[in-house]
Design a protein around this ligand. Structure first.
Ligand SMILES: [Zn+2]
Length: 282
């Protein structure tokens, strides 16, 4: 009998899987297995997971928009099911970290399945506004405290205003970037976290933007002494394309910081009802 090439029972010399319940112990591969597909979650499970997390990554809390995927906490090859309990929505970066855990050979501080579920459930709780025993007023008070800390570490008229005005074609004093790195350092403090999911998503995004800028500074500028840094001046004449790209990357990553910072300040003003210190903000 004729079998079309894509027939799922097509047999190939290496395309077989062993199955104890079949005569001879060998079954042909299913279409999904041959093509490297996994069985997807049912649409309802996927949709519920995306709504419950507000399209924020359940691990780093970054707002992802369409750059988010619903993944299996326990992989299907390990017996994981296509259920809400086994689903977690994460960003692409966190997915890579998540997958590096091998529960057969646990080592380091990688995520365990139970930890993944706890991170997910605690984030779902935040998005749903179900934050333990705290009432709305307490949430606002807590978030105001966190925001005041943001404003103290990263005031408008410090590093933010510097990167907004500076032209990275020339050299600059590295001290002008100090607030940015202080903010990044503060992000290791577990208390430096908003309860409100929108504010928390923006805080994490700002941290990512600062990391991106720091990487751009690290790979495109060199010390010129006296604490100053610069894109090498000789690039401008000897490698003008490289010079242009380096300067462009510094400006682009700086612009991302400024844009997210503005969003965070505006969202905090709107949601927490606070007027930032006069003169500190745009
Ligand atoms: Zn993430």
């Amino acid at each position: 009998m004729y079998a079309p090439p894509d027939n799922q029972y097509e047999l190939g010399p290496t395309r077989q899987r062993r199955r104890s319940d079949s005569p001879g112990g060998v079954l042909p591969l299913l279409f999904e297995e041959r093509n490297g597909f996994h069985m997807p979650f049912p649409p309802k499970v996927r949709e519920d997971a995306l709504v419950a997390c507000g399209r924020h990554c359940c691990l780093c809390h970054k707002f992802c928009g369409i750059k988010i995927e619903v993944h299996h906490i326990r992989e299907e090859s390990e017996g994981g099911e296509n259920t809400a309990d086994n689903a977690i929505a994460v960003c692409f970066d966190c997915h890579a970290d998540m997958r590096s855990y091998d529960h057969k050979h646990p080592k380091g501080n990688k995520y365990t399945e139970s930890e993944l579920k706890r991170h997910r459930d605690s984030w779902y709780g935040k998005v749903a506004g179900n934050i333990g025993t705290a009432n709305r007023a307490e949430v606002v008070e807590t978030d105001k405290e966190v925001f005041r800390l943001v404003a103290r570490i990263l005031p408008w008229d410090g590093s933010i205003d510097f990167i907004r005005r500076n032209h990275f074609e020339g050299s600059f004093d590295g001290d002008h970037l100090k607030d940015l790195y202080d903010f990044e350092w503060q992000c290791h403090n577990p208390a430096f976290e908003f309860i409100d999911p929108d504010l928390e998503g923006l805080r994490v995004q700002l941290r990512h933007n600062i990391q991106g800028f720091r990487d751009a500074v690290g790979s495109n500028t060199f010390s010129t002494g006296y604490g100053r840094n610069s894109v090498p001046a000789e690039w401008e004449t000897e490698q003008p394309d490289l010079f242009k790209r380096a300067v462009g990357e510094l400006h682009a990553t700086a612009d991302e910081i400024i844009s997210t910072y503005g969003n965070l300040v505006r969202t905090a003003t709107r949601k927490l009802g606070i007027l930032p210190h006069q003169g500190d903000f745009p």
